[in-house]
Design a protein around this ligand. Structure first.
Ligand code: MN
Length: 379
C-alpha cells in the first residue's frame, strides 16, 4: 500500500488555531493555562489580547503548577472548580498525559485547544482536542509559543499582531528562539525600530531584560509569575513593564544571587571531563536553576550543564547543552526505573525532578548516559 503523507504547513496550523478561537462563543467562560516561564507568560498575554480582540468577555488566566507544566491533580481541581466552556493551553506539553483533558471534556463539555511547541508525545486531535504544535508541520523546527501566538494574532488582524509584537518578542527571546523567527523581528522592527536582529543582541536589549524580569519574578515568589503576567498585560510597552517596582526589586535581588552562583561554578561544580558533563548543586531557596543553567550554557555551549537545587523532599535539575548533546533524551533516559521521577523538555534545554533518596542513582545515570544522546541535526 502506498503511504501518502499529508503534511500541514506551519501557516495552515496558525490559520486553524485562529479559526478555532473565532468559533468561541462570546459569552463563554474561557480558561487560559500557561507554562511558568517567560515564553509561557508572554503567550498567555498574547492569548488574552487575542480573546479581547475577538470580543470574549470572561477570560480566566491560570499558571501551571509550580513543579511541572503537566495537568496535575491540583491544576485539575482548580479547572474543575472553574468548569470553563473553553480551555486554552499555551506552551504546555499536556499531550504527555491527555487523560485529565479527556475527563474535563466528558464531565463539563469543555472545548480544548493546545498551542505548544514542545516535542510531541501524541496527536491530541485524535481525541477531539485541537492540537496546534509546530512540530507536526516541522518536526525539527523550533518556534516558541509566544511566536506562535503572534502568528495566530496575525491571522486575525495585522494590527493586533504588530501592536503586541514586542510581547511576542520578549517570550521568543526567553525561549532562545529569535534566530528562527525573522518575520517577527521584521514586523517588530517596523513598529518599534530596528534595534537588533539576532538572539544574542536582542537578549542585551530592554526586551531581553523584560524576559529576565519574568524569570526572576518566577524565582522570587510562588505568585511572582502571575504578578509579572498581570503587569505585562497592562503595560503599554517594555519601558512601562520594566518600571514596575516589585519586579525591579525582585530582579535586582535575584541578579546578585545568580551572579554569585555563576561565579562559583568552576570552583564548586562536579566536572566530569570524560563525560563532558558538569553537575552543579546550588543551595538557595530561589528557583533559579534554569536561569543559572542558561547563563552557564552560554559560556560553555558544548558542555552538558546540570544545575540542581533541593527543595523539600525533591531535587530539581535544569539541563542545558547548546551544541553537542540532546539533554531532553538524556533526562528521560536517566530517570528510567526511578519512582515518582520526571524528566524531559527540549534537546537543548530540559528539566528533571527526582526524590532526594534517588539523587545518587540519578546523578550516576546522568553521567553514564551523558555521551549516548548526541544533539539532533539542526536546520
Ligand atoms: Mn516555550
Amino acid at each position: 500500500m502506498e503511504y501518502v503523507e499529508t503534511m500541514k504547513t506551519l501557516d495552515n496550523l496558525y490559520s486553524e488555531a485562529a479559526e478555532w478561537l473565532k468559533q468561541i462563543r462570546k459569552s463563554g467562560l474561557i480558561a487560559v493555562v500557561y507554562h511558568r516561564d517567560s515564553d509561557g507568560v508572554c503567550s498567555a498575554v498574547m492569548a488574552a489580547k487575542i480573546l479581547k480582540h475577538l470580543g470574549c468577555g470572561s477570560v480566566k488566566i491560570v499558571p501551571c503548577d509550580v513543579s511541572t507544566p503537566a495537568v496535575t491533580p491540583a491544576l485539575m481541581r482548580s479547572l474543575s472548580e472553574l468548569q470553563p466552556d473553553y480551555l486554552v493551553f499555551v506552551d504546555m506539553a499536556v499531550d504527555q498525559d491527555p487523560n485529565p483533558l479527556v475527563l474535563l471534556k466528558q464531565k463539563y463539555g469543555t472545548k480544548i485547544i493546545v498551542i505548544d511547541h514542545h516535542p510531541m508525545s501524541m496527536d491530541l486531535n485524535m481525541l477531539d482536542i485541537k492540537h496546534i504544535n509546530t512540530r507536526s508541520a516541522d518536526p525539527r523546527g523550533y518556534f516558541p509559543a509566544a511566536y506562535m501566538m503572534y502568528k495566530i494574532a496575525g491571522k486575525l488582524s495585522g494590527e493586533l499582531a504588530r501592536d503586541h509584537s514586542w510581547v511576542a518578542l520578549v517570550g521568543t527571546i526567553g525561549d532562545h528562539g529569535i534566530d528562527n523567527c525573522p518575520d517577527l523581528v521584521k514586523d517588530f522592527s517596523s513598529a518599534y525600530g530596528r534595534i537588533a536582529t539576532t538572539q544574542k543582541d536582542f537578549s542585551q536589549t530592554k526586551y531581553g531584560k523584560a524576559s529576565e524580569y519574568i524569570m526572576s519574578a518566577k524565582a522570587s515568589d510562588d505568585d511572582g509569575i502571575e504578578t509579572a503576567r498581570i503587569v505585562l498585560d497592562r503595560a503599554i510597552n517594555a519601558d512601562a513593564f520594566l518600571s514596575a517596582k516589585t519586579l525591579k526589586e525582585w530582579h535586582a535581588n535575584m541578579q546578585a544571587v545568580i551572579n554569585h552562583m555563576v561565579d562559583n561554578f568552576e570552583k564548586d561544580a562536579e566536572l566530569n571531563p570524560n563525560a563532558n558533563i558538569a553537575v552543579y548543586t546550588i543551595k538557595t531557596d530561589r528557583r533559579i536553576e534554569s536561569v543559572v543553567a542558561s547563563i552557564l550554557s552560554d559560556k560553555f555551549p558544548r558542555m552538558t550543564i546540570v544545575v540542581c537545587r533541593e527543595s523539600q523532599e525533591r531535587i530539581g535539575c535544569s539541563l542545558r547543552n547548546q551544541k553537542s548533546a540532546d539533554v531532553s533524551s538524556l533526562a528521560r533516559a536517566s530517570i528510567a526505573g526511578l519512582k515518582d521521577a520526571r524528566g524531559g523538555g527540549h534537546p537543548q534545554a530540559a528539566a528533571a525532578s527526582v526524590k532526594k533518596s534517588d539523587w545518587a542513582a540519578f546523578k550516576n545515570a546522568l553521567i553514564n548516559n551523558s555521551t549516548k544522546y548526541p544533539a539532533p541535526a539542526r536546520k
